[in-house]
Ligand binder design. Structure first.
Ligand code: SF4
Ligand code: SF4
Length: 617
C-alpha cells in the first residue's frame, strides 16, 4: 500500500534485507536475487530510507512525477506515548511525506507505520468543524466565538453559584498539549474552586505516578527509551507493548535477536513478543501481583539481593520481608504451571545480570491493584540495585503521547501541577498565591466518579476537552446516559463526535500540526510543537480557546501565545524549570534538566533519599 518495489533498480546491496531482519526484526523481506516483500511487512518505512537507488520507494499520490522540493518541519508523532521524531515534508500547504531524523530522539531515524504513513490524513477531512456550535431549540447551530465562550463562562458561573463547585467537572486529555491541560485545570481550580479533574485513562496512569512516587519519590520512567534494548535482561510485563508502543516492541525484538540480550515476557495472553522471549510467561491478570511478590520473596530467601545498594540507599527491607510472610512462591508457580527451577533461574538472572530493564505497558496498571504492582516492580528494582544507572531502570510505557504531561500539569483530581497533592497544605498555599484564588484542599472526582455523578445529576456542568468517551471507553451506554443528564455540557474537539452531539456548546479546535505548544512523552521528554500546516478558518488552538475562557472568568489573566502559558508552567512546576522554551528546539529534553544532569536518566540524586520499600499487603 505504501511501498513501491522496482527490482530493475536493485543493485543487490541487501541493505533493505539487513535492516528488516536485524533492526526492525520483522522478517518481511525475502532476498534471493532481488528483494521481495512478504506479508510480515508492517510498513515501518526503514527500508525506504536505506535503499540507495530508489528500488524501494514510497508511493506518493502527488498527481505528477517528482522530484519535489519540500519545506521541512521538525515535529514528532502524536500516535503513542513514545512521540518519535518526525520531519513533515510539505509543499504549498500539502503534506507529501513524513520522514525522520537519525540524529534525534526519540526513535533515532526509526518509526512505526502510524508515524510514517498514518499521521495526519484527518487534518484534511471535510468533516472538521468550522465554527463553534450552540444548542438552540434542541439543535446545534453555528455561532460566533464570542457568543459561544460567553455562554460557557455565564453557565459555569451560574451553576457554581446555584449548586456549588462540586457540581462542576472537567475531563482533559493525554492527547492535548501541556498548555491546554494546564489552563483547563487552572480554570476549574482557581476560578471555579473544584478538583473534579481527570481523563479516562487517568486512574491507570496515576497508578504509576503514585506507586513510583511512594517508593522512589518521582513518578516517572527512570531512564530513556533508547536505553531499554541495551539492558542484559529485559523484564517486560503487559499485553499491549506491540499495540501501544510499536517502536519499543521493535527494540525488544532487536535486543534479543541482534544484541543478544535476554527478553522475559509476562503477559496474560499470548503476545507476538513471546517469540523472542526466554521464557514467555502467561500469567492471568489477577495473579500478576502475586507473581511479582513471589519473585521478591524468593530473591530475599535466596539472599540474592544487592546488599550494598540496599544498605546505602533504601529503607524498610525488614518491613517488606515481614509483609511477604503469606506469599508462597511454590503455590504461585504451581498455579501458573511454571517449573520451580525456571522460576528460580529467573530470580537469579534478575539478581546477577549486569543490567536489568523493567518495562511495562499501561494495561498492567489498569485495575484496582495497579499501584501495588508498580510498587512491587519498584521493590524488585531496588532489591536488585537497578536504579541510578543507565540501561537499568523502570520503564512505564504510556499509550498516549501526553500522558506524562497531563499528570505533570495537574490534570488529576488529587494533584496540582508538579504532582503536588491537593491536600498538602504548603502546596495548597503556594498555588493559591500563584493563581490568586482560594483552592479546594480535598481530592475531587475521578473520571469514573464524574460519570457516576453525572448519572446521579450531581455533576451539572461538564467540560470535555479532546476526548470522546462514548466512542472510546467501556460502558458506552452508561457514559451516554450520564452525559445526557448533565445540565450544561461543553465539548472541545476537531470533529462533531458522539459526545459533541449531546453538548450545549461545541468548541472547534485545531489539529496537532496546526498549533504551538508542548507535550511530554513517556520518557519525560518535553517536545515542542510547530505549526506546519495552516489551520482552516474557524477552529482555534486548544490553549487559545481556554485562555479566552479564563479571561472571561478572570479579567487579570492574559496569555498572548502558547509560549506565555509554557513560561508560567516552568515557574510553577519545579522539575520543568530547566526546560526553557529555547532549549526544546532540537528534539526536546527530559525533565529534570540541570547543568549537572542533562543525560535524561534519573540519578540517585534525583530520587528520594532513602528510597522506600513498599510493604506487600
Ligand atoms: S517497511 Fe519495514 S517491515 Fe516492511 S519491509 Fe521495509 S523494513 Fe521491513
Ligand atoms: S512508535 Fe509511537 S510515536 Fe513512534 S511512530 Fe509509532 S505510533 Fe508514532
Amino acid at each position: 500500500q505504501f511501498i513501491a518495489l522496482d527490482t530493475n533498480k536493485c543493485i543487490r546491496c541487501r541493505q533493505c534485507y539487513e535492516a528488516c531482519t536485524y533492526f526492525q526484526c520483522s522478517d518481511a523481506i525475502d532476498f534471493e536475487d532481488t528483494p521481495n516483500l512478504n506479508t510480515n511487512c508492517v510498513s515501518c518505512g526503514l527500508c525506504l530510507d536505506l535503499c540507495p537507488t530508489g528500488a524501494l520507494e514510497e508511493r506518493i499520490s502527488a498527481g505528477k512525477p517528482g522530484p519535489f522540493h519540500y519545506e521541512q518541519v521538525k515535529t514528532f508523532c502524536p500516535h503513542c506515548g513514545c512521540g518519535c521524531n518526525l520531519v513533515l515534508n510539505i509543499k504549498g500547504d500539502k503534506l507529501f511525506t513524513v520522514t525522520t531524523r537519525t540524529t534525534a530522539a526519540p526513535g533515532y531515524g526509526h518509526t512505526c507505520r502510524q508515524g510514517r504513513f498514518d499521521s495526519f490524513d484527518y487534518l484534511s477531512s471535510p468533516k472538521r468543524l468550522k465554527a463553534p456550535l450552540l444548542k438552540k431549540d434542541g439543535k446545534l447551530v453555528e455561532a460566533s466565538w464570542d457568543e459561544a465562550l460567553e455562554r460557557v463562562a455565564t453557565e459555569f458561573k451560574r451553576l457554581h453559584q446555584e449548586h456549588g463547585p462540586s457540581s462542576l467537572a472537567a475531563i482533559g486529555s493525554p492527547r492535548a498539549t501541556n498548555e491546554a491541560n494546564y489552563l483547563l485545570q487552572k480554570i476549574f481550580r482557581a476560578q471555579l474552586g473544584c478538583n473534579n479533574l481527570d481523563y479516562p485513562a487517568g486512574q491507570s496512569h496515576r497508578a504509576t505516578l503514585t506507586g513510583l512516587a511512594k517508593t522512589l519519590g518521582t513518578g516517572a520512567m527512570t531512564s530513556s527509551l533508547s536505553e531499554i534494548e541495551k539492558a542484559e535482561v529485559i523484564f517486560a510485563l503487559g499485553n499491549l507493548i506491540e499495540e501501544n508502543n510499536p517502536i519499543v516492541a521493535t527494540a525488544l525484538r532487536r535486543a534479543n535477536r541482534t544484541l543478544g540480550n535476554r527478553l522475559i515476557t509476562v503477559s496474560s495472553t499470548e503476545v507476538e513478543l513471546g517469540r523472542f522471549a526466554e521464557p514467555a510467561f502467561i500469567i492471568p491478570k489477577e495473579n500478576k501481583l502475586d507473581f511479582l511478590q513471589s519473585l521478591i520473596k524468593l530473591l530475599l530467601e535466596l539472599n540474592l539481593y544487592d546488599k550494598d545498594f540496599v544498605a546505602a540507599n533504601t529503607n524498610g527491607i525488614e518491613t517488606l520481608e515481614k509483609s511477604l510472610a503469606q506469599v508462597d512462591h511454590l503455590e504461585t508457580v504451581a498455579r501458573a504451571d511454571i517449573l520451580p527451577s525456571t522460576f528460580e533461574e529467573i530470580v537469579r538472572a534478575l539478581a546477577t545480570a549486569s543490567s536489568v530493564a523493567f518495562v511495562y505497558s499501561e494495561d498492567l496498571t489498569a485495575d484496582a491493584n495497579g499501584a501495588r504492582k508498580v510498587e512491587a516492580i519498584a521493590n524488585l528494582a531496588m532489591l536488585t540495585g537497578r536504579l541510578g544507572q543507565p540501561q537499568s531502570g523502570i520503564y512505564p510505557l504510556y499509550r498516549h503521547i501526553n500522558a506524562q504531561g497531563a499528570m505533570d500539569m495537574g490534570m488529576s483530581p488529587s494533584c496540582y501541577p508538579g504532582h503536588v497533592s491537593v491536600s498538602d497544605l504548603q502546596g495548597n498555599d503556594r498555588f493559591s498565591n500563584v493563581w490568586s484564588g482560594q483552592l479546594p484542599d480535598s481530592p475531587g472526582f475521578s473520571y469514573r466518579e464524574t460519570i457516576e455523578s453525572a448519572h446521579q445529576k450531581k455533576v451539572k456542568g461538564l467540560f470535555l476537552m479532546g476526548e470522546n468517551p462514548i466512542a472510546t471507553e467501556p460502558e458506552r451506554e452508561k457514559i451516554q446516559e450520564g452525559l445526557k443528564q448533565v445540565e450544561f455540557l461543553v465539548v472541545q474537539d476537531m470533529f462533531l463526535t458522539q459526545s459533541g452531539e449531546l453538548a450545549d456548546v461545541v468548541l472547534p479546535s485545531t489539529g496537532f500540526t496546526e498549533q504551538e505548544g508542548t507535550l511530554t512523552n513517556t520518557e519525560r521528554r518535553t517536545q515542542k510543537l510547530r505549526p506546519a500546516l495552516t489551520a482552516p478558518d474557524g477552529p482555534l488552538p486548544d490553549w487559545r480557546i481556554l485562555a479566552d475562557l479564563l479571561n472571561r472568568l478572570d479579567t487579570g489573566a492574559s496569555y498572548t501565545d502558547a509560549q506565555s502559558v509554557y513560561q508560567e508552567i516552568i515557574t510553577v512546576v519545579p522539575f520543568y524549570e530547566g526546560l526553557t522554551y529555547d532549549r526544546l528546539e532540537e528534539g526536546g529534553l527530559q525533565w529534570p534538566y540541570t547543568e549537572k544532569n542533562s543525560s535524561g536518566m534519573l540519578t540517585l540524586d534525583d530520587l528520594k533519599k532513602p528510597l522506600e520499600f513498599a510493604v506487600a499487603d
